[in-house]
Design a protein around this ligand. Sequence first.
Ligand SMILES: *Cc1c(COP(=O)(O)O)cnc(C)c1O
Length: 374
Amino acid sequence: MDRDTRGLPRELDELLDAATQARNDYLGYPVAKDFDYRELADFLAIPLNNLGDPFQDSTWRVDSRALEREVVRFFAQLTRAEDDDWWGYVTNGGSEGNLYGLYLARELYPSGIVYFSEETHYSVSKNLHLLNMRHIMIRAQESGEIDYDDLYETLKIHRDVPPIIFANIGTTMTEGKDDIARIREMLRKLAIHNAYIHSDAALCGPVAPFLEPRPPFDFADGADSISMSGHKFIGSPIPCGVVLAKKQHVERIARSIAYIGCLDTTITGSRNGLTPLILWRAIRKLGEEGLRRRAQQSVALAEYAESELRRHGIPAWRNPNALTVVFPAVPETLRRKWQLATAKGQSHIITMPGIARDTLDECIADIVRCRGNA
Ligand SMILES: *Cc1c(COP(=O)(O)O)cnc(C)c1O
């Protein structure tokens, strides 16, 4: 990649070198690296700020909300939202989208209980604490998917309280996916009519629509809100994401703010005006077909990594169609070298777009060499 560091202070030049090297090496975090948005450089001289609701008029006009709306619409269609019953915005990442979904759920069911599996992302406990919501942790299966029997039995005991299900569409360590259609069916069986399901699709949201079979994770499968990260599978130099919800849920929380001449429907006041441009550029370049190809290539690379490890006697495994390849924890030196996330005796590689086959091969060779030394 060509660089232009003319006139940069030494500290920044050194940081650029170090960050470039670290970017080239990582294999264990779910972040794409095949992007270059320097074509948007001129926007760095404008105080873009998407203050307020992206779908309402505002007095402030130095924004990218028109393109933000297109981004949100694209993902609403991808996640099969019903026509005219969806709303959303570009967030600072999957965590904000999850906080938003839980916030909507709490406004709808203030006395509700949140159910989530033990494999849920660490940010969710903090969100539940911030929102002061009652919650119950459910067991997870080995795959990372929620234990449906435990969920069923627990829901049954608390049938008088509206459940708020926080479903994982790709858990952090093993990419286990909870089946939202199955959870809806369970609620029907228990005759629980007041319920809310949030889909944490931070990792798999932009991938799942293109998998066969399509994992049950979206609005048509029974979700009330969905959170996705933009800097993971799609890739962005700035963390970002998209949150979507059924419009009726959002209307309950909208407040009109005179100062900005707009509705205050989002979590933060000032909002990033650059990240919607990045996502807009990505979906304009890729389209649904590009995303599909991207998903297929990443799955194929995961398949390759899993089979290479197994061929060398490493008991690697993967959930169906997952990009996450799980294997017994590797020594600290390798965790550092390849930035491999490790927990509960397991490490993983995530084959995100932009990971070079050569780098993967080198890492696999290292793992094979260090086998049994964790
Ligand atoms: C990454 C991730 C999050 C957090 O998303 P950020 O974009 O990092 O804020 C939440 N849940 C899951 C399952 C994730 O993979």
